[in-house]
Design a protein around this ligand. Structure first.
Ligand SMILES: [Zn+2]
Ligand SMILES: [Zn+2]
Length: 139
């Protein structure tokens, strides 16, 4: 799945925590429940759920772990694809452009491929792609 934008904007709690920590929620109900909990703990709090203006970007490892790019198990949500790429670089991820599909493939530090270039397609893959060998051209 590599770098992709979520379908729906996330919900956050506003105002954010004193330390700026603001988790993202996929559903209004989750964010609203969290905001209610904060107000119960601190009756002076004005915490409410707020929908972000646009969907976040996330990065998912195309290697064996299939983990999302994140910090200590919290998936990182970025505002733009460029920010996602920056965050990936900082965390030692590798991005490879697939020669066949044109897709970007992302790999975490643990799943980093040993070679930067993808392997050439096999004859079966070429056939599947409609590039059949012409008779007599190659023997
Ligand atoms: Zn988000
Ligand atoms: Zn991985």
């Amino acid at each position: 799945m590599t770098i992709h934008q979520l379908r729906e904007p996330c919900w956050v709690i506003t105002p954010a925590d004193d330390d700026g920590w603001s988790p993202h929620y996929g559903l209004w109900a989750e964010a609203s429940a969290a905001a209610t909990e904060i107000r119960e703990d601190d009756p002076g709090s004005l915490a409410v759920a707020k929908k972000l203006p646009g969907p976040c970007w996330v990065a998912e490892c195309d290697g064996t772990c299939e983990d999302l790019l994140g910090d200590d198990g919290n998936p990182l949500h970025l505002h733009t694809a460029a920010e996602a790429l920056d965050a990936m670089r900082r965390q030692g991820w590798t991005v490879i452009h697939g020669a066949l599909s044109g897709d970007e493939l992302a790999y975490c530090g643990n799943d980093k491929p040993g070679i930067a270039e993808p392997l050439p397609p096999s004859p079966a893959e070429l056939e599947a792609a409609g590039q059949l060998r012409l008779p007599g051209v190659l023997s």
